[in-house]
Design a protein around this ligand. Structure first.
Ligand SMILES: [Zn+2]
Length: 390
């Protein structure tokens, strides 16, 4: 009897131990699943990328403006990227800085629709509005005005073209979510080089229209891949290279950097000048998703593009480059790190946007115009004045 009891209890202990082990494995796995997209709050960059050093441009004449928007990129994001890249960013070349207030007309904490509209059109508007005033009236954007003055224009983004920021330069709608309506506005937006994702909104539509074909009929080279885009050496380009957004930085390679430089290459053939809007759109996503490694990846891709853009601008001598955000995302706090090791640790305080004032960096002739504290609408008025668009 005693022996049997012993065997039984031994078996019981074994079962309990196995159960505990299995449960703990399950726990670890569940935790890993959970961490796949969110709450990755540490990052180490072992090998930093090389940054460039450019000289400051002399002279006052501005022929071209390149507006680079890091969606959701506040000072904590920039500071962490600087530490993670071992104390270096291409952004360090910018000597003129300012601060821009982001609030919307009807809401303190803005979104990319209202903030983009403020910068693209010069008017504060309602949360989620795209290129319209508070009463829903369409407003001309910097790309519209530049086109009217005979300048060439470009929009190059890592999100869908019908997403809020690019949409504010090309479309007019009271609701950013009506993306199929917004897509149709691209037919009349006259931008010479368009690059991004969001193909479904142009081709898989409730109304059955194929807007990629309609763009082709309007004289655009309408293409679906980067390989096709890169071979285009003249004319108007409509490149929609993904059904949704572009893949994250660690998976898409340097196609956004290359597309940005190709856009500049093509539109700079216009002797009257150009206006380009380049957006690192997905910086915002990884703020919403509390994922610092992929956030850093997006900022690095953005900063590498900044390096290429300012080298081009230095050589050109008549190009003003402005780098800013539309708002901050996540209420990110930079908690700790190590510059030598490229280590950072952060903490998010919201899944949405925060209300903090955002930094503006300017390089090139007239860059001093962007020093100071001002409303986001002044980004529009300063650029419009400098390019004499009014
Ligand atoms: Zn956002």
């Amino acid at each position: 009897m005693k022996k049997l009891y012993h065997i039984n209890s031994y078996k019981t202990i074994k079962v309990i131990l196995l159960t505990v082990l299995l449960l703990s494995f399950h726990d670890i796995r569940a935790q890993n699943e959970e961490n796949k997209d969110g709450d990755k709050l540490y990052f180490t960059m072992e090998k930093p990328y090389q940054t460039v050093n450019v000289g400051q441009v002399k002279g006052k004449k501005v022929k071209n403006v390149i507006l680079m928007i890091g969606d959701g990129m506040g000072l904590n994001q920039i500071s962490m990227a600087w530490v993670a890249n071992h104390g270096k960013l291409n952004l360090d070349n910018f000597k003129q800085t300012g601060l821009s207030r982001t609030y919307a007309a009807n809401k303190l904490i803005t979104d990319s629709g209202a903030a983009g509209t403020a910068m693209a059109t010069g008017q504060k508007t309602n949360y989620h509005a795209i290129g319209v005033d508070i009463n829903g009236n369409p407003l001309p954007s910097l790309t519209d005005l530049a086109h009217e003055k005979g300048l060439s224009t470009a929009i190059v983004v890592t999100c869908g073209l019908t997403d809020a920021t690019p949409a504010t330069f090309c479309a007019n709608n009271t609701d950013r979510d009506l993306e199929e309506e917004i897509a149709a506005d691209f037919l009349d937006c006259n931008v010479d080089f368009l690059f991004g994702g969001g193909r479904n909104k142009f081709t898989q539509r409730k109304d059955g229209r194929n807007l990629m074909e309609e763009m082709q009929q309007r004289g655009y080279k309408s293409v679906k891949t980067w390989d096709e885009t890169r071979t285009i050496s003249s004319g108007k380009v409509f490149a929609v290279v993904e059904d949704g957004q572009l893949a994250k930085a660690s998976e898409r390679g340097d196609i956004w950097q290359q597309a940005s430089m190709q856009a500049i290459d093509l539109i700079s053939k216009n002797n009257k000048g150009f206006f380009a809007m380049l957006e690192g759109s997905r910086i915002d996503d990884y703020g919403h998703w509390h994922n610092i490694p992929d956030l850093m990846g997006e900022i690095f891709d953005f900063d590498k593009t900044i390096g290429k853009v300012i080298q081009w601008a230095e050589k050109d001598g008549q190009t003003l480059v402005i780098v800013l955000a539309d708002h901050e995302t996540g209420g990110l706090t930079f908690l700790d790190g190590d510059i030598q090791k490229g280590q950072v640790e952060g903490h998010y305080s919201t899944g949405g946007h925060s209300g903090i004032i955002i930094p503006v960096f300017a390089y090139g002739p007239q860059s001093e115009q962007f020093v100071g504290v001002y409303e986001n609408t002044e980004v529009f008025s300063k650029i419009a004045d400098i390019l004499k668009l009014n």
